[in-house]
Design a protein. Structure first.
Length: 227
């Protein structure tokens, strides 16, 4: 059982479980999804990340007590990753670090699309010399902004700019990109591999659980890349 921690406060149960449902459908893993409290705009700067840390730790402990054999933090900045690993006895996966690690298996010219003013530190450190640069959708400051036509168009334009700069692969450094299914659109329209942080987290969890993954309509590598 994978426990997914959403770092945004949502009230609608299907919305809460949206990322978990992506993992369940693609990898066949049972998932429990929970939201941290009192952060309706999610994590989008240093202040909101600091606010989220004790909430994430507490929720991870609850999920472990409920029988989860792995914890996934559904945020590309991987807030509280180190602290949660120290607080629980089960494996803890961060969406951003999973996407960064998997992108390195594909290319050494990797761009990062983020909603932040800077690339999350863990992603940047993992990519090392493969890091080509970052871009940010115009007008997008929180994950909620991606759920608009303008936000989606801005994300597509930002990815296109990374391709123009020479990127051969793109790490989608916000789990909101998974919510809108951006990876598949980038692969179709731009012809570039895009690494969805939630599907990369799911792939890592499935591998750790030794769950066989069946490709869906393409080569074995593609299930972790499409939304």
């Amino acid at each position: 059982m994978l426990g997914i921690i959403r770092v945004i406060t949502l009230q609608d149960e299907p919305a809460v479980h949206m990322h978990g449902a992506l993992v369940e459908r693609r990898f066949g893993l049972p998932v429990i999804s929970r939201c941290i409290p009192d952060q309706p705009r999610g994590v989008f700067n240093d202040e909101t990340e600091a606010e989220s840390v004790p909430k994430i730790i507490a929720l991870a402990r609850e999920l472990e007590q409920q029988g989860c054999t792995a914890i996934g933090i559904s945020c590309a900045a991987d807030p509280a990753l180190r602290e949660v690993r120290a607080a629980v006895k089960v494996p803890v996966l961060g969406a951003g670090s999973c996407a960064a690690h998997m992108s390195l298996a594909y290319s050494d010219k990797i761009g990062v699309l983020t909603i932040l003013t800077e690339v999350p530190l863990l992603i940047r450190s993992i990519l090392g010399e493969a890091y080509l640069g970052m871009d940010r959708p115009d007008g997008v400051t929180t994950t909620l902004d991606l759920n608009t036509p303008a936000g989606r168009a801005g994300a597509l334009a930002g990815a296109a700019r990374l391709v123009e700069r020479g990127a051969e692969a793109i790490v989608l450094a916000c789990t909101g990109f998974a919510t809108i299914g951006l990876a598949a659109e980038l692969e179709e329209k731009l012809g570039i591999r895009a690494f969805d942080p939630i599907l990369c987290l799911g792939a890592a969890a499935a591998s750790a659980a030794s769950v066989p993954v069946q490709p869906q309509g393409g080569p074995a590598a593609r299930p972790i890349l499409e939304a």
